[in-house]
Design a protein around this ligand. Structure first.
Ligand SMILES: Cc1ncc(COP(=O)(O)O)c(C=O)c1O
Length: 399
């Protein structure tokens, strides 16, 4: 039987990026002690008051159809959280509750771009973006994030990539996989281009609460950007709620109306008890968010300098998020070879960078979503692997 062309447009490099992870899962099933540094999954439990609220709500009978784009009280709370974290004042009618940032991004992109349009997004990029753009029928146009500039955007390249067909620039900061956060001047320059060329700017801010170096800068907060910016975010990373599938898109009221129509024929509203739990998370769990951020920062400070000292590797401190990007170009192995051999020889699973785009060939993505002891053990194993590779191991004196 024949399937639609959508099946091809959603099957891309993103699916390939996870090959090592699946191999590692098979290996773990055979009883091997595999350390998974692959998935961006927080190892924290969801804060207990959030779980309690979900249970209370479910017991209270909140198990029926709900408002299509979210309870007004949750949309209001998200609007307030957004103002607190980005500085942009928005109304509840600009907020659409979705099944995670991924669902919000997919849905919003369907409303902004279509066949014949171009969507510009930096390379490397989060592995789903190719399919998200592909599903709209638009063409994805890559602009490089340069490794030698700490994976910051080449603004000239961005400018040069804009054509009359460009409809959207899609950015993500702090960035997955590189951990780089856009500086205010960069966000301003991107916003200026969006205004000059009358483009949408979609900003994926799922790691905004995990900014270590400087406060997160959202383009939504800049003058003249409200009418053309869509922010997607969620509680997945900030509140360790990946499995709850709750996130949102925030943009102009008209976008919210279009998303309402889309959700009428697709999601049909997030479960009521999940929405109540989300409300509890936003209202009562800001202390937990602080704790998580500080924990990721501590882990970053443990892992990145350790790997940076190993022969064949270098690793910059990420500005935010839950990943370190390790440069293995001096090891003599490609990122695929490095990841495969590390899994075979030391049972440590990490993702090769090339699954995230051409610019990340020669890099490895390491998740910080494991307790410190396991991260230490993983670093020891990576060190042993590098020692065997080079016969020496440590490149620079520790201290
Ligand atoms: C950059 C980025 N955007 C979106 C998502 C999806 O987040 P959610 O779980 O809220 O759908 C992720 C998840 O890893 C991500 O890294």
């Amino acid at each position: 039987m024949r399937f639609s062309t959508l099946t091809q447009r959603v099957a891309g490099r993103g699916a390939e990026a996870w090959r090592i992870h699946f191999l590692a899962t098979q290996k773990a099933r055979t009883g091997a002690d595999v350390i998974f540094l692959t998935v961006g999954e927080p190892d924290f439990d969801t804060p207990p008051p959030v779980v309690e609220e979900a249970v209370r709500s479910m017991r209270a009978g909140n198990t029926h159809y709900t408002d299509i784009v979210g309870f007004p009280r949750l949309r209001q709370a998200i609007a307030e959280w957004h103002e607190k974290t980005t500085g942009q004042k928005v109304g509840a009618d600009q907020v659409v509750v979705a099944a995670g940032a991924q669902n919000a991004l997919f849905s919003a992109m369907q409303m902004l771009a279509g066949p014949g349009d171009e969507v510009i997004t930096p390379d490397p990029r989060y592995s789903t973006y190719e399919a998200v753009v592909g599903a709209t029928g638009a063409t994805l146009v890559s602009v490089p994030l340069l490794p030698e500039q700490g994976f910051h955007l080449d603004l000239q390249a961005l400018k040069a990539a804009i054509t009359p067909r460009t409809r959207v620039i899609l950015i993500n900061s702090p960035h997955n996989p590189t951990g780089a956060a856009l500086r205010r001047a960069e966000v301003e320059a991107i916003a200026a281009l969006a205004q000059q060329h009358d483009l949408w700017l979609v900003s994926d801010e799922v790691y905004a609460a995990l900014s270590f170096e400087a406060p997160h800068v959202s383009p939504a907060s800049l003058p003249g950007m409200a009418e053309r910016t869509v922010v997607v975010s969620s509680l997945s990373k900030s509140h360790a709620m990946t499995g709850w599938r709750v996130g949102w898109a925030i943009g102009p009221v008209e976008l919210a109306r279009h998303l309402h129509n889309l959700f009428l024929c697709m999601l049909y509203g997030s479960p009521g008890f999940i929405q109540d739990a989300a409300l509890a998370a936003i209202r009562d769990a800001s202390g937990e968010v602080e704790t998580m951020r500080e924990t990721y920062r501590r882990r970053r400070d443990l892992v990145a300098p350790w790997l940076d000292r190993l022969r064949g590797l270098s690793c910059r401190l990420p500005d935010g998020g839950m990943f370190c990007m390790v440069d293995c170009r001096e090891s003599g192995l490609t990122s695929q070879e490095f990841a495969l051999r590390l899994l075979e020889e030391q049972s440590v699973a990490i993702l090769p960078g090339d699954g995230f785009g051409h610019q990340a060939e020669g890099f490895l993505r390491i998740s910080l979503g494991l307790p410190d002891e396991q991260l230490v053990e993983a670093c020891r194993r990576i060190e042993a692997f590098c020692q065997r590779l080079s016969g020496a191991g440590v490149r620079r004196a520790r201290g």
